[in-house]
Design a protein around this ligand. Structure first.
Ligand SMILES: Cc1cc2nc3c(=O)[nH]c(=O)nc-3n(C[C@H](O)[C@H](O)[C@H](O)COP(=O)(O)OP(=O)(O)OC[C@H]3O[C@@H](n4cnc5c(N)ncnc54)[C@H](O)[C@@H]3O)c2cc1C
Length: 308
């Protein structure tokens, strides 16, 4: 299989998720080339053809112009599949490319299942397997679903260009509101929808406090307005890598797991022994957080008081 990976440049650098494109290609054992609107000074390392458009001419993003550039590379490369990250860049650009090619698109792929691709449905509670029905197709990959593969090599650079006429102008992007920087925390205790009600956040806070850690959250807790958005962990929140991550009443949807996969030790507390968080947890305690968290917190306090 021949894949054309679509790289990305953000603020003058290649985001780490670009390595997941190579991880996906590796899982498929595919031949890879890449198209990138980027800087000739910041190039991905791999052995293959790199269709490169200079970001100084084409900008960090412009849907019409970048679509033309990707189509140029497709024309020359004739891949079986064009693969984007399911990032704000990929989810905007991929459908434009698929529509121009008149081929199928599968979005937010989380896995490979025979000849099909798995995607989440019902907010991550179910998985569907989808098989594109056109001979070539476009995919976007859910961040965190495939391993980041650091490879080496020097790409063969093929410069590409395109008409710069456009009806859309890219103005820029804004950083999210400043808040606690969870990426530096060594201990994070995160609250999920399973905490049931806002008052139970105190149980999560108490445990975080005795452990000297920070509080984090899954998206439903933030959407409910119980905690500020800057504390959300996951694809649309922060990516964290603490030594200890405690997931309280969190099911383990891929969008959450993508943000905490780098944790050293994961303790999950969940009433459902089959919750997907069990797949990434080092220890899954099957218990109600309302009973378990206060018991754990008071035991830790007792240990600390005894100088343990
Ligand atoms: C584009 C997109 C981006 C997203 N980005 C993010 C993101 O960045 N971060 C994120 O977290 N989500 C994100 N989501 C949402 C994600 O798909 C899930 O819906 C979400 O992570 C689920 O949160 P949860 O685990 O807290 O809730 P649920 O999935 O509802 O899970 C609750 C869990 O609590 C358990 N439970 C219930 N009661 C108790 C109890 N008393 N004690 C212990 N356990 C209990 C249940 O068994 C269940 O496993 C995104 C979704 C989309 C579509």
């Amino acid at each position: 299989m021949k894949l054309l990976l679509v790289g990305e440049s953000r603020d003058g650098r290649l985001p780490g998720e670009v390595l997941e494109l190579f991880g996906f290609a590796d899982v498929l054992g595919a031949e890879t080339s890449m198209v990138l609107v980027g800087s000739p000074d910041v190039l991905p390392l791999f052995s293959g053809r790199l269709y490169l458009a200079d970001i100084r001419l084409y900008g960090e993003y412009n849907p019409e112009v970048h679509k033309r550039l990707v189509l140029k590379a497709i024309d020359q490369e004739r891949p079986d599949a064009v693969v984007f990250l399911h990032s704000s860049y990929g989810w905007d650009l991929a459908p434009r490319v698929a529509a121009a090619m008149k081929v199928a698109q599968v979005s937010a792929v989380t896995g490979i299942d025979g000849e099909g691709f798995t995607v989440d449905s019902c907010n991550g509670k179910m998985r569907r397997t989808v098989k594109p029905s056109t001979s070539s197709f476009v995919l976007t990959l859910q961040p965190g679903a495939f391993p980041a593969l650091r490879i080496s090599g020097i790409p063969e650079i093929i410069p590409i260009d395109a008409d710069q006429a456009t009806r859309v102008e890219y103005i820029g992007s804004r950083k999210p509101e400043a808040g606690v920087d969870l990426s530096r925390a060594t201990v994070i205790v995160s609250a999920g929808r399973g905490i049931g009600k806002q008052e139970h956040l105190d149980l999560v806070r108490d445990l975080a406090s005795v452990l000297g850690g920070e509080i984090g959250a899954s998206r439903p807790v933030v959407d409910a307005g119980w905690l500020q958005r800057s504390l959300q962990v996951g694809t649309t929140g922060q990516t964290v890598s603490p030594e200890l991550y405690v997931a309280c009443g969190i099911s383990g949807a891929i969008q959450h797991v993508a943000g905490m996969r780098g944790a050293g030790f994961v303790l999950a507390v969940n009433t459902d022994r089959d919750a997907p968080i069990g797949d990434v947890a080092d220890l899954l305690v099957v218990a109600d957080i309302v009973q378990f968290l206060p018991a754990l917190t008071s035991r830790i306090k007792a240990w600390q008081a005894s100088g343990f």
